[in-house]
Write a protein that binds this ligand. Structure first.
Ligand code: ME8
Length: 657
C-alpha cells in the first residue's frame, strides 16, 4: 500500500430484506454470518465495511401495505425499523443501512439502467407468462410445479403487459467464462455447479420492467414502467457504494464487494442476473457470492407457527445474544442446510459454552484469585518447561487453522478451531494441577501455569470475538485487559505470549450458566406454547397453511407424491446391516436403486420379478453408504412387513393414483 492511499475495505453485504415480513431466523442467520466475517477482517487489522438494508419496492410490498391499510412508504418505514431494531439487539456492527426508497439508491438504479440501455441491452416488447409475487419472479409454464411457484409453492399470477427486456441471453458465454476463470465466484462449489448447469442450459431474456402497478423506481424517460424489483434491489450493493452520483463509482468506493452473503433461495438472481447487469454496464463484478443453506425448525419447514418458536427476539431473551449467535454459526457448516432444535441449542450451551469455555475461564481466574489475590505475574517464558512449549504449540496450531477457516468463510470450522484451543487449555490445567502446586510449590511454577491458562483465554477471546463479541469483551474485562485489546496486531492476538506479564484480574459471574433439567422442561413448554400461539394469530394464515383441518391434506398435496409401479430386477443384502436390502427396480424407462428396510422380512432372491409400488419423487438419501432413490411401500401385518403390489398386468413406470 502506498502512503497517502487508503486501503479498499473488505466489503461484505447481506441481502436487503423485504419489508412485508417481520425479521425471522433466516434473516438473523445471514446477517450474523456477514457480521462475523466483517469482524474477523477487522480483527486482522483490515478495514472492513458491512452493508445491510431493506428491499422496499415491488408488487409484494405494495400488496402487503394495502392489506395493512397503509401507504407503501410509511409501511416500509415502520417495517424497515423492525430490522434495525433486531440488528441492534443482535449486536450487528454494520457500516451502512440502505433502503431502496432512498434518493441515493433511486438515482443510482436509474444510472445503471441508462448504462445498460446505452450498451444496447434493453429493448421493449411484451411479457406474457406467469409471475410469482412472493418471490418477485417471472416463470414460464414449464417451470411451474403443479401450477404453482416451484420455489415457494404459492399460486402464481398470469401476466400480460408491455415490458422492457434485458438481453440476458447475450451473457451466457461471458458468464460461463467468468465462472470458469473465477472458481471462487460462487461458493460453495455444489452451488456453483448448479448455476453453471443452469446457465449452460441457455438463458432467456429477462423482463426488467412492470406496468401493472406503480410502487417502484420509474424507468428513465418512460414513467409508465417501473423498474423490475430485482434490478432495483440487486443494485443496492453498488448504490450503497456510491454508484450513481456521477456516471460510475466515486474514487473512495468500497466496490467491488468482496462477498455477497445470501441464502440459496436467491442465488440465481445474484450469480446470474447481477453479474450480467454489471457486465452490460461495463462495471466491475463482485468477487464472491456465498450462498448458505436453509434452516428447518425442529425438523420441519419454517412456517409462521414454527417461526414463532424461533423468533430471534425471543431467542435472544431466553438464551442470550451470544449463545444464539454461537449456536447458529456452530451448528451447521456454512453453506449446508440444517435444523434448528431447542434441545440441540440447550445441549450446546451446556457443553460448549458452560462446560468448556465458561468453566475454563472461571476455574482459571478462580485460582488466580485464591492463590494470587487476583494478580497474574509472570516474568518471562525462558524458564518454561516442555509442558508449556507443547501447550503453546497446540494453541498456535489452532490459531493457524482458525485463521485459514475464517478466511475461507468456514465459520463453523473456525469456531471448532477455537474450541481446540479451549480443550488444550483445559487439558494443560488438568495435567499441571495448579491446586497441587499451590500446596506444595514450586511457587514460580504456579505463576507460570496460571499465566499460561489466562494467556490461552485471551487468544480464545480474540478467536471467538467475531461470533461472540459481547462474550469476548466480558472475558477481556475479567482478565483485566485494556479496553482496546483487540487493536493489537493479529499475530500478537493469536500468540499466547501476547498476554502482559502483570495483570489485575477480576473474576466475574460464570459466562454461561448451565440450563438444568427443570429449566429445560420449562423451555420446552414455552416452545410448544409459542408454536400453538403462532397457529392462532388470528390472521387465518395458519388455517391456510394447514389447509383447514388438522391432519387432512388436499388432493393437490396428495398429488405431490409421485407413486409408480416398479419391477424388482435385483436385490442384495447391505453388508453390516441387519435391516437393509439394496434393491434395483425398473420404472420402465429408468432403473433406480432403492434401499429398503425389509431384510428381516424378505430374502433377496424371493424379491426378483415382483411388482411393487415406489415413491418416485422422494429426495435421495444415503443409507449405509448407498444412495436410495425412492422408497418401496409396505404394510405391517401380524407376521411382519408385506410389500404393496399391484393386481393384474401393469407395466413398470405406470403412475399409481
Ligand atoms: O429475498 N434459512 O428478501 P427476503 C436460512 N429482498 N436463511 C433464510 C431462510 C431460512 N429458512 N429464510 C430466509 C429477499 N432466509 C430479497 C433479497 S437482495 C438484492 C434482495 C434468508 O426478506 C436468506 O438469506 O425474502 C435469504 O436469502 C433471505 O433471508 C431472503 O430474505
Amino acid at each position: 500500500m502506498r502512503v497517502g492511499m487508503t486501503e479498499k475495505p473488505f466489503y461484505v453485504t447481506t441481502p436487503i430484506y423485504y419489508v412485508n415480513d417481520k425479521p425471522h431466523l433466516g434473516h438473523a442467520y445471514t446477517t450474523v454470518a456477514a457480521d462475523a466475517k466483517a469482524r474477523f477482517h477487522r480483527l486482522r487489522g483490515e478495514a472492513a465495511r458491512m452493508l445491510t438494508g431493506t428491499d422496499e419496492h415491488g408488487q409484494k410490498l405494495e400488496q402487503a401495505a394495502r392489506e395493512a391499510g397503509m401507504d407503501p412508504l410509511p409501511f416500509a418505514d415502520q417495517n424497515s425499523q423492525h430490522f434495525r431494531d433486531l440488528w441492534e439487539k443482535l449486536n450487528i456492527r454494520y457500516d451502512d443501512y440502505i433502503r431502496t426508497t432512498e434518493e441515493r439508491h433511486k438515482s443510482g438504479v436509474q444510472t445503471l439502467w441508462r448504462l445498460v440501455q446505452a450498451a444496447g441491452d434493453i429493448y421493449k416488447d411484451e411479457y406474457e407468462g406467469k409471475y410469482c409475487v412472493s418471490c418477485e419472479n417471472f416463470l414460464t409454464d414449464l417451470q411451474l410445479a403443479d401450477g404453482k411457484c416451484p420455489d415457494c409453492g404459492k399460486p402464481v399470477e398470469a401476466v400480460r403487459e408491455e415490458s422492457y427486456f434485458f438481453r440476458l441471453s447475450k451473457f451466457q458465454k461471458p458468464l460461463l467464462e467468468h465462472y470458469a476463470r473465477n472458481p471462487d465466484f460462487i461458493q460453495p462449489d455444489t452451488r456453483r455447479n448448479e448455476i453453471v448447469r443452469f446457465v449452460e442450459g441457455g438463458l432467456r431474456d429477462l423482463s426488467v420492467s412492470r406496468t401493472s402497478f406503480e410502487w417502484g423506481i420509474p424507468v428513465p424517460d418512460d414513467p409508465a414502467h417501473v423498474i423490475y424489483v430485482w434490478f432495483d434491489a440487486l443494485s443496492n450493493y453498488a448504490t450503497a457504494a456510491g454508484f450513481g452520483k456521477g456516471n460510475g463509482f466515486p474514487a473512495d468506493t468500497p466496490w467491488p464487494a468482496d462477498q455477497h452473503f445470501i441464502g440459496k433461495d436467491i442465488l440465481r438472481f445474484h450469480a446470474v442476473y447481477w453479474p450480467a447487469f454489471l457486465m452490460s454496464a461495463g462495471l466491475p463484478l463482485p468477487r464472491q457470492v456465498f450462498s448458505h443453506g436453509w434452516w428447518t425448525i425442529e425438523g420441519q419447514k419454517m412456517s409462521k407457527s414454527l417461526g414463532n418458536a424461533v423468533d430471534p427476539h425471543w431467542l435472544i431473551e431466553e438464551y442470550g445474544v451470544d449463545a444464539f449467535r454461537y449456536f447458529i454459526m456452530r451448528e451447521i457448516p456454512f453453506g449446508a442446510d440444517g435444523d434448528f432444535s431447542h434441545g440441540q441449542l440447550i445441549d450446546r450451551i451446556n457443553s460448549d459454552l458452560a462446560n468448556d469455555l465458561g468453566n475454563l475461564l472461571h476455574r482459571t481466574l478462580n485460582m488466580v484469585k485464591r492463590y494470587r489475590k487476583g494478580r497474574i505475574s509472570h516474568a518471562s517464558d525462558a524458564a518454561d518447561l516442555p509442558a508449556e512449549k507443547e501447550f503453546a504449540a497446540a494453541v498456535a496450531a489452532s490459531a493457524a487453522s482458525y485463521e485459514k477457516q475464517m478466511e475461507s468463510t468456514n465459520l463453523q470450522a473456525g469456531l471448532r478451531s477455537a474450541w481446540e484451543a479451549i480443550s488444550a487449555a483445559n487439558r494443560y490445567i488438568d495435567a499441571s494441577a495448579p491446586w497441587a502446586l499451590a500446596k506444595e510449590g514450586p511457587e514460580a511454577r504456579l505463576d507460570t501455569v496460571l499465566y499460561h491458562a489466562a494467556a490461552a483465554m485471551r487468544v480464545v477471546a480474540a478467536m471467538i470475538s467475531p461470533v461472540m463479541p459481547g462474550t469476548a469483551e466480558n472475558i477481556a474485562a475479567q482478565l483485566g485487559l485494556a479496553g482496546d485489546w483487540t487493536g493489537a496486531p493479529f499475530a500478537e492476538l493469536m500468540d499466547l505470549y501476547g498476554l502482559p506479564g502483570e495483570l489485575e484480574t477480576k473474576l466475574g459471574e460464570p459466562l454461561f450458566p448451565r440450563i438444568e433439567e427443570d429449566a429445560r422442561a420449562k423451555l420446552e413448554e414455552k416452545v410448544a406454547a409459542r408454536i400453538a400461539e403462532g397457529d392462532e394469530d388470528g390472521s387465518g394464515k395458519k388455517a391456510e397453511e394447514d389447509n383447514g383441518r388438522a391432519g387432512l391434506i388436499t388432493f393437490e398435496d396428495f398429488q405431490q407424491v409421485e407413486l409408480r409401479v416398479a419391477r424388482i430386477e435385483a436385490a442384495e443384502r447391505i453388508p453390516k446391516s441387519k435391516n437393509l436390502l439394496k434393491v434395483e427396480v425398473s420404472l420402465g424407462a429408468e432403473r433406480r436403486t432403492v434401499v429398503a428396510g425389509i431384510a428381516k422380512h424378505y430374502a433377496p432372491e424371493e424379491l426378483i420379478g415382483r411388482t411393487v409400488v415406489v415413491v418416485a419423487n422422494l429426495e435421495p438419501a444415503k443409507l449405509m453408504g448407498v444412495e436410495s432413490q425412492g422408497m418401496l411401500l409396505a404394510a405391517e401385518g401380524a407376521d411382519g412387513l408385506k410389500l404393496v403390489g399391484v393386481e393384474g398386468d401393469v407395466p413398470p413406470g405406470a403412475k399409481v393414483r
